[in-house]
Design a protein around this ligand. Structure first.
Ligand code: IPD
Ligand code: CA
Ligand code: CA
Length: 265
């Protein structure tokens, strides 16, 4: 699927991905006390590359980068950029991280690109035109029985001070499904749902740039993406997300509702 704005996002995601790959190689040779600085530097360099590119191509669009690269006044088109999703994986040398670039039109997802530079996997979607992995059409899995599902999830950064930290949900679901992973990149976790590699992902405490692109990719692969009440995902408003194949989504929603109803958050 080609789209002029997607082509520019893809080019920037590829270039930022190459920068992350190269930065990681350099990073491996430095002392651990420097790791965080190096990562921070790479985060910022990746964001600068993407934000500058978007500004050059689309001077009248709003661009929101996770690292605060640029925040502009509201516009019809808004780009949401996570220059490195999976920072802690990157820091530890765990090969699972990505660049995520999503575009909203009037607050609704229009297109997105998520690039995994280590596997050279490019996930893309344009609203109404399907989701693709390196040009191959994606479909969510058809597993219908919750007990046969592989799920993924994540835990919020404020889990130490906020009791609504997903531990109860994780414990309850672990006994109802085949297995659960916590891979560490929400964008790639969602893309794996889109690719049918896992059946669903749930997480609270997400930010718009984590999922702006990947939420659309799941949807365009035939998945359902909602909040914890089953209401349609809104990229700027939903920070609790359930994304799953449509057969599993109601079961996952019910299981999460059941465990969350036993405690008031
Ligand atoms: C994080 C990752 C992680 C998710 C967190 C995100 P970052 O993004 O996506 O998997 O659990 O909620 O904040 O900080 O690595 O860009
Ligand atoms: Ca992120
Ligand atoms: Ca990030």
């Amino acid at each position: 699927m080609s789209h002029p704005m997607l082509d520019i996002a893809v080019d920037l995601a590829h270039r930022a991905g190459a920068l992350l790959r190269a930065g990681r190689e350099r990073d491996l040779s430095v002392q651990s006390k420097d790791h965080h600085d190096v990562v921070t530097e790479i985060d910022l360099a990746s964001e600068r590359l993407i934000v500058d590119g978007l500004r050059r191509s689309f001077p009248d669009h709003a661009v929101i980068g996770e690292e605060g690269g640029l925040q502009t006044a509201a516009a019809r088109y808004t780009w949401l950029v996570d220059p490195l999703d999976g920072t802690l994986n990157y820091l530890h040398g765990i090969p699972f991280y990505a660049v995520s670039i999503g575009l909203l039109e009037d607050s609704l997802p229009l297109l997105g690109a998520v690039y995994d530079p280590l596997r050279d996997e490019l996930f893309t979607a344009v609203a109404g035109a399907g989701a693709y992995l390196n040009g191959r059409r994606l479909r969510v899995s058809t597993i219908a029985d919750l007990r046969r599902t592989m799920l993924t999830t994540g835990f919020p950064y404020d889990r130490f001070v906020n009791a609504d930290n997903n531990l109860r949900e994780f414990a309850a679901l672990l006994l109802q499904v085949q297995d659960i992973r916590r891979p560490g990149s929400a964008a790639l976790d969602l893309c794996n749902v889109a690719a049918g590699r896992s059946e669903g992902h749930w997480e609270l405490g997400l930010k718009p740039w984590d999922v702006a692109a990947a939420g659309l990719i799941v949807r365009e692969a035939g998945g359902l993406v909602t909040d914890y009440h089953g209401a349609a995902w809104q990229p700027l408003a939903t920070n609790r997300l359930i994304a799953a194949n449509p057969l599993i989504h109601p079961q996952l929603l019910a299981a999460l509702t059941a465990v969350r109803s036993t405690v008031s958050h």
